[in-house]
Design a protein around this ligand. Structure first.
Ligand code: NOJ
Length: 574
């Protein structure tokens, strides 16, 4: 039985192992590398690790195409290596959660190898086979159906061709899932991040989707499908036997449908990753690009904050292995430290459990490779070839620079030595050329670095009941430059202000805070920081005190204007 909701006060660090740290000198990140970096992870102030898939996989989708659910990819080590990491993590007080990918397997999984042999073998119905495909498109690689010569039928793949969808309607498949859960839980893992979990039950008959909607045309027939809650309920029962935690990834989930997973009799998950706030500069898969609109970011976050308040718990993130780097998207590479820290505050102090993706804590940015052939992610390649072919190569490549998932998958930048300290061998993928400037070692001893800023924020959050459990309220939702919200519990109130502007801006402070005494808990501009000082001075020169005078506010919190990407968090006692 679940004994407590330990995940609520926690924050997690996500490891995409292939690019995290190479421990055996072959150019590929591995468990030995992770083992040596656990103290670093702990030093960030997080309480747990989420491992993106580390199982055997042909890597058509870098681990999300699993060929054995109960082993470790030989590139990363062995089950014993994993147990060592798990034990050490636990000794350090870090929980460990695994990625559970059960919507599909690899086409090299023994189940599929058997299933494709014909209609009368025990694995025949493990996958979704049809004589005639419908019109669904896949999310990663063209048409959602692939003809299999051997079986003489089409199989469904909602993602890449090498990721056939499992038939969850088959009770034997669900028993397999339960056995996978038990395998890892018995070993001692603490929970699961469940990949595209809202897609696992498909509508009977697999009807055609809307013909005019690209990529996601079949979604109404496989998202939140007819038996989803029944199946997840079965898995929940297993998880409840252990004190384990379940986090679902819910592409295109609306708050409304999320509530069915997170509350009430169909509750089967503790949290859900929403995608809404990741679409403030694009339309769904980052395929269609738009300029960043802060109001979209804020309204998506607020929608979830308000709807879940007192009923469910948010999973907070702004980066992971599926999205390009956030500074390159929502911030400014030129004002990397300022925008990286403002972005950090914008989400770390919301209600929910924060997740930090490797490299985010040092402000890593997008890579810009010279040719599409240099990219390795299947969706980058698919998108490139789908873009208007009349466009020049440069234009199409520019779109890939904005949108490729490969940008978040470059090797972690540990120091300024060759290969960024990631490996002693040429890494499996390009290192971002900015590694001499942007790396862990150079930020360790800089009090004003993004890295140390993350540490401070996580510490503040971890020690404040108000920031963990307090209520949420947003101010000035229509403001195009400022994200401002409060968190309140009893007589304590935090006022969180983040500028997303490249220029100095005037910030209005809500009436009730004006004239009140407050403590500045954290800010990304310090007189001590050279950069901060320079920008503050520039800002002062631009702003006229006449326009911005507001004595009450000055008394309360000092300055009325905010420098570019400035963020401040105030603590009030009422
Ligand atoms: C979501 C994962 O995060 C992503 O990396 C993957 O491509 C798809 N699901 C398919 O597994």
């Amino acid at each position: 039985m679940r004994t407590n909701d330990w995940y609520k006060y926690m924050s997690f660090y996500q490891i995409w192992i292939r690019s995290f740290k190479d421990g055996n000198g072959d150019g590929i990140g591995d468990l030995a590398g992770v083992y040596g970096k656990l103290e670093y992870i702990k030093s960030l102030g997080v309480d747990g690790i989420w491992f993106s898939p580390i199982y055997p996989s042909p890597n058509a989708d870098f681990g999300y195409d699993i060929s054995d659910y109960k082993d470790i990819h030989p590139d990363y080590g062995t089950l014993d290596d994993f147990k060592k990491v798990l034990n050490k993590a636990h000794r350090l007080g870090l929980k460990v959660i695994m990625d559970l990918v059960i919507n599909h397997t690899s086409d090299e999984h023994p189940w599929f190898i058997e299933s494709r042999k014909g209609k009368d073998n025990p694995y025949s119905d493990y996958y979704i086979w049809r004589d005639k495909p419908n019109n669904w498109e896949s999310i990663l690689e063209g048409n959602a159906w692939e003809y299999d010569e051997q079986r003489g039928q089409y199989y469904l793949h909602l993602f890449a061709k090498k990721q056939p969808d499992l038939n969850m309607d088959n009770p034997k498949v669900r028993e397999e899932v339960k056995s996978i859960l038990r395998f890892w839980l018995d070993m001692g893992v603490d929970g699961f991040r469940e990949d595209v979990i809202n897609f696992i039950s498909k509508r009977e008959g697999l009807p055609d989707g809307l013909p005019f909607l690209p990529v996601i045309n079949g979604m109404p027939h496989y998202k939140d499908g007819p038996h989803i809650h029944e199946y997840l309920g079965e898995f929940r029962k297993v998880c409840e036997e252990y004190d384990c935690f379940q986090l679902g990834e819910g592409p295109m989930t609306t708050v409304r449908s999320a509530m069915n997973y997170l509350t009430g009799p169909t509750r089967s998950l503790d949290m859900m990753f929403s995608f809404d706030h990741m679409m403030a500069d694009c339309l769904y898969t980052e395929y269609v690009h738009r300029p960043f609109d802060l109001r979209k970011y804020k309204s998506a976050l607020s929608r979830w904050q308000y709807a879940l308040a007192g009923k469910a718990w948010n999973a907070l993130y702004i980066e992971n292995h599926d999205h390009p780097r956030i500074i390159s998207r929502y911030g400014s590479e030129r004002l990397r430290r300022e925008s990286g820290t403002s972005l950090a505050v914008s989400y770390l102090f919301l209600q929910g459990t924060p997740f930090i993706y490797q490299g985010q804590e040092i402000g890593m940015t997008n890579i810009r490779l010279k040719s599409i052939d240099d990219y390795v992610d299947v969706s980058s390649k698919t998108n490139y070839h789908k873009y208007n072919l009349k466009d020049t190569v440069e234009r199409r490549l520019k779109r890939i620079h904005f949108s490729s998932r490969d940008s978040s998958r470059t090797p972690m930048q540990w120091n300024s030595s060759k290969y960024a300290g990631f490996s002693t061998h040429k890494p499996w993928f390009f290192v971002n050329p900015n590694y001499r400037r942007v790396n862990v070692a150079s930020q360790e001893h800089d009090a004003d670095s993004i890295l140390n800023f993350y540490r401070k924020c996580l510490k503040i959050r971890r020690h404040s009941r108000t920031l963990i459990y307090g209520s949420y309220k947003e101010y000035f939702p229509d403001d195009k430059h400022i994200f401002m919200y409060e968190r309140r519990l009893g007589d304590i109130c935090y006022l969180v202000i983040c500028s997303f502007s490249k220029f100095p801006v005037r910030v209005r402070i809500p009436h009730e805070f004006v004239g009140k005494k407050a403590k500045l808990v954290i800010s990304n501009y310090h007189e001590s920081s050279e950069d901060g000082h320079r920008i503050r001075k520039a800002a002062k020169a631009v702003l006229s005190s006449e326009v911005f005078s507001n004595d009450g506010m000055k008394d309360a919190i000092g300055k009325e204007w905010f420098a570019p990407y400035e963020t401040r968090v105030y603590r009030f006692r009422f």
